[in-house]
Design a binder for this molecule. Sequence first.
Ligand code: LLP
Length: 392
Amino acid sequence: MRVFFARDILKMHDNEQQAWWVRKRNTLLDIADKNLNAYVYDLETIEKAALDMLALKSVSRVLYAMKANFNPEVLRTLANTGIDFDCVSPGEVLHLRAALADDATGRILFTPNFAPREEYEWGIREGLRVTLDNLFPLKAWPELFAGTRLFVRIDPNQGGGHHEHVVTVGKRSKFGVSLQELDELVALVDAADATIIGIHAHSGSGILEPANWQAVAGALLAAAERFPEVEVLDLGGGIGVPDKRGDPIFDLSLLDQYLAEFKASHPAYELWLEPGRYLVAVAGVLLAHVTQLKGKGDMQYVGVSTGINALIRPALYGAYHEIVNLTRINQDASERVTVVGPICETGDKFGTDRQFPASKENDVVAIATAGAYGRVMSSSYNLREIPPEVTI
Ligand code: LLP
């Protein structure tokens, strides 16, 4: 049983406001006239999410985890609001610099994982803030880090996620230095003549409990207190968004309240956050057209013109994405259908047993919450096109 508190009910009410893709339906139908398939991003929605996050009083810096969506206009929109960036590869850094026409060095945290030595050398040479997330680089290449000011990623052993693939804490996750290794970390940092100025964590993706980040901050203290020069606790991303209209939305003001409590007892540290999904997921839809219909036993299939090559989340994580027939948005959802794409795998499904209006070939279908981890995780599987991106 699910228990709702008054606060949740209020937030549910907010979330029942019309989705942007209902308000901007005509624009989307025009785009679908010109494109068989397309990712469409609503920049106004991105800007609003960014400003909401920047308004958190207890957070000094918000870094966008650009792995979620690296569309250049999305990056520029976020940069213009004052959001900074978390980059996980030299490719991401170079792409960001090109998109912003700026070297943006002061705005980047460079957080590679299990990367080769050359990437750390490169990051340091570029003057980036570099995060280590293993003892190995300090043991194997201490000379690289002499005189550097580094972040270190700790496994706070506190977190969660919408699927086991995205839980980034605990011994089954490859990320972060474990709290048991702190003594060794201190010794290796000293021996390399480096300075730790920030403690970093990312506890998982799609977490809906604001208390998580307060707990992460608490867990990072044990590490921060071992390094007198630490100025920053970067609490990572993972802030969830609702899958369905009507689900409670993440309570940012409660997060701010929890973090403010933490800051009141530990005022020396700046708190940073690193959201990806929160800033872009809701702002994107994947548009496609109905191709074919089929009944098989008691199953009804609606085929659409793109598949898991464009949005792998349902197949990879069983993720729920709302699907609407934009052409028939006002018609009764009288049928129970499974929405599938053209890819040669049984797992090529966007949604199973969905209530849908009786649909026809060429109807326009929108798959919602596709602004994060959609285009960036796409592939050319079956040599199907990767849909173009359109911003509005
Ligand atoms: N910071 C670090 C170091 C990360 O590894 C990630 C995500 C984030 C921040 C941002 O997390 P977010 O706020 O977007 O949850 N492909 C999966 C999500 C994988 C996230 C990987 N790391 C999905 O589609 O759900």
